[in-house]
Design a protein around this ligand. Structure first.
Ligand code: FES
Length: 217
């Protein structure tokens, strides 16, 4: 479970303003002017990314989340009462409504991932981070949470870290990913076994000629 929305918590900043006004206008322009509330979701995403960009440069880093002040600003921008924005933000799991680490590790534990060992991935993660699910490491770098299916079951088990998927995990390569992120090293995303998309590990089993022609093998 992700950390819950506490509108009056001490960590909530007093105000928020969008830095990229051009982007705000661009988002609003996608919808008829009498349907500006349709822009709530992309504006929430924009706010979360702005906070994340600021957090990545902070002395004690933190990740993207959406303060209550940002939701109030969005309500103002789309001409709706704040509750209409809170309703949307609290419904969808991709919006973080409380501070998180610079790297948010979303561990999928739904049935296909679970059958392929997600419990061991979670355990390895918790051990390496020294935290439990839902907690943030003291250095502000990591928060690991449990989530439902992220739609990459064919390469289970997997986790999502910020915007990227890491698939075909083992406890060992999960630990290595965390270590590399901690050290600021480049980490390869996608399958950790090197398979292409969701192709079989040993290569294509059908349409082999086409796969060669398209240079996917
Ligand atoms: S069950 Fe984990 S991605 Fe679907």
């Amino acid at each position: 479970m992700k950390p819950k929305f506490e509108p009056n918590a001490e960590y909530q900043p007093k105000d928020f303003s969008f830095k990229n006004k051009k982007k705000v206008d661009e988002i609003l322009a996608r919808y008829p002017s009498n349907q500006a509330r349709s822009a709530i979701m992309p504006l929430l995403d924009l706010a979360q990314r702005q906070v994340g960009e600021e957090g990545a440069k902070a002395k004690k880093p933190y990740g993207g989340w959406i303060p209550r002040a940002a939701m109030d600003e969005i309500a103002n921008v789309v001409g709706q009462p704040p509750i209409k924005v809170y309703e949307v933000a609290t419904f969808y799991s991709m919006y973080n409504l409380a501070p998180v680490g610079k790297y948010l590790i979303q561990c999928c534990t739904t049935t296909p991932c679970w059958l392929r060992g997600s419990a061991d991935i979670v355990k390895a993660c918790e051990k390496e981070l020294g935290t439990h699910l839902g907690e943030t490491t003291k250095d502000g770098l990591f928060t690991a949470i449990e989530v439902e299916c992220l739609g990459a079951c064919v390469n289970a088990p997997m986790v999502q870290i910020n915007d990227d998927y890491y698939e075909d995990l083992t406890p060992e390569n999960m630990v290595q990913i965390v270590k590399d992120l901690k050290d600021g090293k480049k980490v390869s995303i996608g399958s950790q076994q090197g398979r292409r998309g969701s192709m079989a590990v040993e290569g294509p089993t059908t349409l082999e000629d086409l796969a060669k022609k398209e240079k996917v093998v």
